[in-house]
Write a new protein. Structure first.
Length: 425
């Protein structure tokens, strides 16, 4: 009789829930951790995706059916680096160093500039926690499951903001970036009440299990899955967009990590039919943003977007959309790298800032030459996040969108509680 795996997952603070084969203490994924040298078969990491393993004697068979295997043919909506930033930019080795290698004087000087710019230029971010009635029953059912409830509360607030911006309307294609299981699109569809003039495009680099697409397989609007990196996605070539007479595109995300947010913003902006009117054909921006085909062939335009932001430490200068405003604020690419590292201070070690906590942290920080209290690090971390996001707000405003940042859920729900909202209102 099989039983649960004996592998303890530290990050989740629980044991693996996969079942084991008869006579084994570990499941197939963790069998390679067994100390039993008599095991006849060995498991090795998959060459396409090291996050899962495969029996060594079945490697060739697995490579033919692995979901992470590279595609032999590219779809029509694939265009190499179409949403990337500076294709010829190469990050300097100095920009790969950790904060522990940065001199104290350099860091102090940068933090001082961050404080001054944040005080003079960053607008106050309002707290606007909304909800949508279509999700209320589901939220109430999750009262005894805090982890599920917090995700439902976030999705409910995002739907509420979409409704407030009047983005939940017919003749629309909803594009969810970093869709994963597609739960946000699932609730958007519920909020739309099976509106037949709506399409859903779910974009992700990888396939996943337990997708919410299954709820819509036999009824309602179809969910279109695109397994592609956002960097290479040309939305105007997606069949359900270019072949149908839909008047608008709405972009959505729930926690799209780092530079993927910048790639998604470029991807959406490139669908604007007014692009040729807002930029000159010879400008660097137009060359980077202009779709491959004639503007007249684009029959869809951007109506608005609701992005829940996160993981600013994964942002890169190469793909960042706010270069112009960043230089205007007096920062350069070296500053950007350091600020992405410091942005993690906002969420990496949040605890009650008692005197003993701060003293303990100060002692720990002596080894990296930058003793700071928990509260100070958290404050600087959030300033760095908001400065990065401010560049995104200004970028969208250049295309006529009214954009802003809001705290869409309390910090107790998630530390990454800021959303970027934009629409033509």
């Amino acid at each position: 009789m099989s039983h649960s795996c004996s592998f303890y997952i530290k990050r989740k603070q629980r044991y693996c829930r996969l079942e084991t084969a008869r006579g084994n203490s570990f499941c197939g994924e963790h069998l390679n951790l067994s100390e039993d040298a008599s095991l006849p078969r060995k498991r090795i990491p998959c060459p396409y995706d090291s996050h899962h393993t495969v029996y060594e004697d079945q490697l060739e068979k697995h490579k033919k059916r692995c979901n992470a295997r590279p595609s032999t043919s590219k779809p029509a909506y694939y265009k190499e680096g179409v949403n990337a930033g500076f294709s010829d930019y190469t990050e300097a080795d100095d920009n790969k160093m950790p904060l522990s290698c940065v001199s104290k004087s350099r860091l102090v000087e940068l933090i001082q500039r961050i404080r001054e710019v944040a005080k003079s230029r960053l607008p106050e971010i309002e707290t606007s926690v909304l909800s949508h009635p279509v999700m209320q029953d589901e939220v109430d059912k999750a009262v005894d499951c805090p982890n599920a409830r917090k995700h439902l509360e976030q999705q409910s607030s995002l739907l509420g903001h979409m409704d407030e911006l009047k983005l939940l309307s017919g003749q629309t294609t909803f594009v969810e970036f970093g869709a994963g299981r597609g739960q946000l699109s699932h609730w958007v569809e519920k909020a739309m009440g099976d509106e037949v003039s709506v399409k859903y495009v779910l974009v992700d680099r990888k396939n996943c299990r337990r997708k919410f697409d299954l709820y819509h397989k036999h009824h309602g609007p179809k969910f279109h899955r695109l397994l592609i990196d956002i960097e290479h996605l040309l939305l105007t070539e997606v069949d359900c967009i270019c072949q149908q007479n839909f008047s608008a595109i709405v972009g959505t995300t729930k926690h799209l990590c780092g530079s993927a947010t910048d790639l998604a913003l470029r991807c959406l902006i490139s669908t604007l039919s007014e692009l040729s009117l807002t930029t000159t054909s010879d400008s660097p921006l137009a060359k980077r943003m202009k779709p491959s085909g004639p503007t007249e062939t684009i029959n869809s335009s951007l109506r608005g977007l609701v992005f829940a932001l996160c993981c600013h430490h994964k942002c890169t200068w190469k793909d960042y959309v706010g270069h112009d405003v960043w230089n205007e604020l007096g920062f350069n690419n070296d500053d950007f790298h350091l600020m992405t590292l410091m942005s993690s201070w906002a969420t990496c070690r949040i605890r009650s800032a008692t005197e003993s906590d701060c003293r303990a942290d100060g002692e720990a920080d002596q080894s990296v030459k930058h003793p700071m209290s928990v509260a100070e690090r958290e404050e600087i971390g959030y300033m760095c996040k908001r400065l990065i996001d401010y560049g995104r707000v200004v970028y969208l405003s250049k295309f006529g969108l009214t954009s802003k940042l809001v705290h869409y859920v309390p910090k107790a729900t998630t530390l990454e509680n800021t959303a970027l909202l934009a629409s033509f209102t």
